[in-house]
Design a protein around this ligand. Structure first.
Ligand SMILES: [Zn+2]
Length: 237
């Protein structure tokens, strides 16, 4: 095979390698994005669960406060009735003391209830808001994931086609070059690269000036002396 034809096949292989690399980077990006979306959704859900728990906790405390208020109020009523029938001054004072303590306790309980009711309004709206956010994000997240899954499936399909085309091209190469390309691809992902201002774009080794000129001429097979990749000029297409 004349070097020019060989070079042209290598140029095509390098184009396919670029496409494969782009596809695999995009696939990797999709996978990472899917993962971070899942993590973010888990955070939203855990926030919503926390808010719901706090709200429920406040409701339980409120109920127990209400029960206590009922009990203290009943006790207060009993003591007040008791006071009416008493004549002994010491007993009157003792019961009056109890009544004033019960009133104080009732006041405290009522204050606590009012405070908690205010808090509960906030907790309740927090819980509702968190749940809404989690649901909205969940819907968005699923839509994005579905789009990415479709994109990834398409990319995988495209990758398969490119790989087939590449295999066909490699089989057209003379056996020595064919084996070299396969080995390089196994080790380094890219077997054929370009140079930029005389530097191999595979390993950034600076090529001797004459070698860089040969690459651009496309009439010789040039391999990087450092990484052994094939060096080709850019496609004119
Ligand atoms: Zn190199």
């Amino acid at each position: 095979m004349d070097p020019k034809t060989l070079n042209n096949i290598l140029v095509e292989i390098s184009e396919f390698e670029d496409l494969l690399l782009q596809a695999s980077q995009k696939l990797e990006h999709n996978t990472q994005l899917t993962f971070s979306l899942e993590e973010l959704q888990a955070e939203y859900e855990s926030d919503a669960a926390d808010a719901a728990r706090l709200n429920q906790g406040a409701e339980v405390t409120l109920r127990s406060l209400e029960n206590e208020i009922t009990q203290v109020a009943q006790l207060l009523k009993v003591k007040q009735e008791m006071l009416v029938g008493l004549t002994d001054r010491r007993q009157v004072r003792a019961v009056a003391d109890e009544i004033s303590q019960l009133k104080q306790r009732l006041d405290n309980l009522e204050n606590d209830t009012i405070q908690l009711l205010d808090q509960q309004d906030l907790l309740k709206s927090d819980a509702v808001e968190s749940q809404g956010e989690s649901r909205t994000h969940g819907t968005n997240c699923r839509a994005k994931q579905e789009a990415m899954a479709a994109d990834s499936a398409q990319l995988s399909q495209k990758t398969k086609h490119i790989q087939n085309d590449m295999d066909r091209l490699i089989s057209m190469l003379p056996p020595t070059e064919g084996r070299a390309v396969i080995r390089l691809r196994e080790k380094l992902e890219q077997a054929v690269v370009h140079h930029h201002e005389g530097a191999c774009q595979g390993c950034f080794h600076q090529l001797p000036q004459q070698q860089a000129i040969s690459v651009d001429g496309g009439r010789h097979i040039v391999r990087c002396p450092s990484c052994m990749r094939f060096l080709v000029h850019r496609s004119w297409r």
